[in-house]
Design a protein around this ligand. Structure first.
Ligand SMILES: Cc1ncc(COP(=O)(O)O)c(C=O)c1O
Length: 390
């Protein structure tokens, strides 16, 4: 069958070959240690599940407004006031989507044209590149290293007459780096000077360590009209399967995204939106417990990786990933990940999936038990010793 030309642009996920290999190995009876997971290994907190069950039983089973329920939009606005001290109009400046991913897709389709360039602070989650490309625009990587720091001069140099947007993701997937306030201000000022949009994916903003303060791009008044903030419930509340996210932007962008949502998904599930209100208004102890456990694993895995000769791992400040560099092996990051899977049954994600500047690294998720991490580290160590050229 002849597919649309658009499908030449939308490539399969860079990790599909890995997933297929893992499936094949599982079928042959081998136990795979999954360190490629992009979701918390905790269950959704009980009070959120109860809210959804009660909503289902009391008839929240029909379409809602395509912007999402006003109750959830108000709860998000209250949460942002409480947490960030920013004012957002729940009637006009918020849209609820089935997952943050759909919000990113709609935001790109609503604002980008073929020929536009988007400066992408990289490495970053592959979907960011795909959504830009799906809109016909071109992602331009701005390497930010393992610590996810902005080089102002490099950023400036990459701005051309075609640049329309800067895309950032802090806390960052895959590095776990968190932009400091200075770097955020540099981005805001450049965006304001050059009249650029800023798409800020803040989905990991509650998963941070060592008491560091994060800021939202919504807090910079000079770009307030041109910022699109993406967030969601998947990571903070372990709700990946519920499909609930949102975007905050000016009224025109939200209107355009709303038209796209009307043409595609209509709205997220009604009872799931009720559960979202319970998540935002309910107790925080489960979230704190989860972040505490991630923190314990973070320290463990960084120390263990740095004890392997030929591996260097920066201590991440947020999210639940590490992005070690394997400098002692003469292999591409894809080969490292694939061989690790084939020979040691450890499933990871090659750094090159997160942009060209991710080459030389692999992404390891610590959203799995410390026992699994410990066993995986032993196998990684054996692997590195076998192939090390240093
Ligand atoms: C940076 C980033 N944004 C968004 C998402 C997806 O969020 P959702 O499950 O709400 O679509 C992910 C998932 O891995 C992510 O890493």
């Amino acid at each position: 069958m002849k597919l649309s030309k658009r499908m030449d642009i939308i490539k399969p996920s860079g990790t599909i070959a890995m997933a297929e290999k893992a499936r094949e190995l599982s079928k042959s009876g081998r136990r795979i240690l999954n360190l490629d997971v992009g979701e918390p290994d905790f269950d959704t907190p009980e009070h959120i599940k109860r809210a959804a069950i009660e909503a289902l039983m009391s008839g929240h089973t029909h379409y809602t407004s395509s912007l999402g329920t006003i109750e959830l939009r108000r709860a998000i606005a209250e949460y942002l006031k409480r947490r960030r001290n920013v004012d957002v109009d729940p009637e006009k400046e918020i849209i609820i989507t089935p997952g943050a991913k759909h919000a990113i897709y709609c935001a790109c389709m609503a604002t980008l044209d073929p020929g536009d360039e988007v400066l992408v602070l990289a490495p970053t989650w592959p979907t960011h590149f795909t959504c830009i490309e799906a809109a016909g625009a071109t992602p331009v990587e701005v390497p930010c290293g393992e610590a996810y720091r902005v080089d102002e001069e490099m950023l400036k140099e990459k701005i051309t007459s075609k640049t329309k947007m800067i895309l950032i993701n802090s806390p960052n997937n895959p590095t776990g780096g968190v932009l400091n306030v200075n770097d955020m201000r540099v981005i805001a000022d450049l965006a304001a000077d050059h009249r650029l949009l800023v798409l800020s994916d803040e989905i990991y903003d509650e998963i941070v360590y060592d008491g560091i303060e994060t800021k939202s791009m919504l807090s910079f008044d000079n770009i307030r009209e041109n910022v699109i903030v993406i967030n969601g419930f998947s990571k903070t509340y372990a709700m990946t399967g519920w499909r609930l996210g949102y975007a905050i932007a000016n009224k025109d962008v939200i209107d355009a995204m709303n038209r796209l949502q009307q043409a595609t998904t209509t709205c997220p599930a009604n009872f799931v939106q009720v559960a979202g209100v319970a998540a935002l208004k309910g107790p925080r102890d489960e979230v704190e417990k989860m972040v505490g456990e991630f923190n314990r694993r973070r320290k463990y895995i960084v120390k263990a990786l740095n004890e392997i000769p030929g591996v260097r791992c920066v201590m991440p400040k947020g999210a639940f990933y590490v992005f070690p560099r394997f400098y002692g092996l003469k292999m591409s990051s894809f080969e490292v990940s694939m061989k690790l899977l084939e020979e040691e049954c450890v499933s990871t994600t090659p750094g090159s999936a997160f942009g060209a500047c991710g080459e030389g690294h692999i992404r390891i998720s610590y959203a799995t038990s410390i026992e699994t991490i410990a066993e995986a580290i032993e196998r990684i160590k054996r692997f590195v010793e076998k192939y090390s050229t240093t």
